[in-house]
Design a protein around this ligand. Structure first.
Ligand SMILES: Cc1cc2nc3c(=O)[nH]c(=O)nc-3n(C[C@H](O)[C@H](O)[C@H](O)COP(=O)(O)OP(=O)(O)OC[C@H]3O[C@@H](n4cnc5c(N)ncnc54)[C@H](O)[C@@H]3O)c2cc1C
Length: 341
């Protein structure tokens, strides 16, 4: 490893280029780390400088402030895999969909439901990524972390990862940075695995607004209260969700008449009410700095504005207020915020 890799730190990098939402300002400093030792050295440096840092995975669950971030964004770029029978060792920066591809090739069952979830393994473990009644926690055997307080490596077994609905120990202990994980699978039928993946991808294409940048579902579904008989008497239309013991946030938002509501260049999706979409399609894909500046100028000339985090926030506040008023339910964000919001 080159000693001077810290010289690769870039200044004033637009975070919207690294966020699926394609929204957000600049970070003061930005560094891609290629292996765990580089990560350790980087954290040693931020500790010494007392500089705030943020670990970036695939950027698919983030709303970045229009003011950006006054610190160092560390993009985890190590992404190796190792196969061991029914287990797969994966580094934190590996795409979740690349892991799924390997399981498909090797006939390992258990992760088909996750096909199409963007982002990397580290991000998926932290948020306990979930869909179709399954979550990543079902396959995780253990996770290796770097403790940013004492710069020590640690292996945490599944039972100590405190997995819950869209939750894990990593949301509570922000000093633990995921560097790798071991996943355990069951032997399965290759054809069936492939078919399941295909069906799930088709479902996403049909039901999610994938043509626009977004951060996926903005709010968590509602786990509580559905068993509460008084609550069901007041809202008998929610009886249909009793079996799953979960009310989709999208349903609540739709019932408040908010589908399609737009502020500036962001909108509550007509296709799926728990998605807020960025209507400025030009901001899709990885833009280089110059291209981005050019687009902004172009948009300005045409009287258009780029999508703003502050408008997403206004929609989030509106949704929360309306759902609270109608159902007395406090929706909780699934997305994470980066920078001063
Ligand atoms: C179109 C679309 C569909 C989606 N569908 C789903 C879905 O079905 N189910 C679902 O659960 N989610 C879904 N999401 C949300 C998102 O893809 C997942 O939450 C994903 O797992 C986030 O991973 P990421 O690497 O992008 O994390 P990021 O957005 O980069 O980061 C999320 C958080 O994890 C932290 N983090 C990242 N890497 C590490 C690490 N190595 N160590 C410690 N902390 C880390 C970050 O600091 C941040 O706090 C969807 C998003 C989109 C855009």
């Amino acid at each position: 490893m080159k000693k001077d890799f810290l010289k690769k730190i870039k200044k004033d990098v637009y975070l919207r280029d690294y966020a699926a939402f394609k929204i957000g300002g600049k970070t003061r400093y930005f560094l891609k780390v290629k292996n765990k030792e580089e990560l350790r050295k980087t954290i040693e440096w931020t500790n010494k400088k007392k500089m705030p840092f943020f670990i970036l995975g695939g950027g698919s669950n983030l709303l970045v402030s229009d003011q950006g971030f006054n610190g160092l964004v560390i993009k985890i770029e190590f992404k190796n895999f190792k196969n061991r029978n029914k287990e797969i060792f994966t580094e934190a920066g590996a795409e979740l969909n690349a892991l799924i591809k390997i399981t498909e090739k090797r006939g390992l069952a258990g992760l088909e439901w996750a096909a199409g979830i963007p982002g990397v393994v580290g991000g998926a473990i932290r948020g306990n990524a979930a869909a179709f009644g399954h979550s990543i926690s079902e396959m995780v055997k253990e996770v290796e972390v770097l403790n940013s307080d004492n710069l020590e490596w640690q292996t945490i077994k599944r039972k100590n990862l405190k997995f819950g609905y869209k939750n894990s120990v990593f949301k509570e202990k922000k000093n633990l940075i995921i560097v790798s994980a071991i996943f355990e699978f069951k032997k399965g039928n290759k054809k069936q695995i492939k078919q399941k993946i295909k069906e799930n991808l088709r479902y996403r294409k049909q039901n999610h607004p994938l043509k626009f940048p977004s951060a996926g579902c903005i709010f968590k579904n509602q786990k509580l209260k559905i068993k509460n008989q008084k609550f069901l008497k007041k809202f008998p239309e929610l009886e249909k969700f009793k079996q799953k013991d979960e009310i989709p946030a999208a349903y609540l938002i739709e019932q408040c008449g908010l589908k399609g509501v737009q502020i500036g260049q962001v909108k509550i999706s007509d296709k799926h009410s728990n998605f807020i979409i960025n209507l400025n399609k030009n901001s899709r894909g990885k833009q280089q700095y110059i291209q981005q500046r050019y687009l902004e100028k172009e948009n300005k000339n045409q009287g258009k504005k780029t999508a703003k985090a502050k408008d997403v926030l206004r929609l989030i506040k509106l949704i929360k207020r309306k759902v609270k008023h109608k159902f007395n339910i406090e929706l909780e964000e699934e997305i994470e915020y980066l920078g001063k919001i």
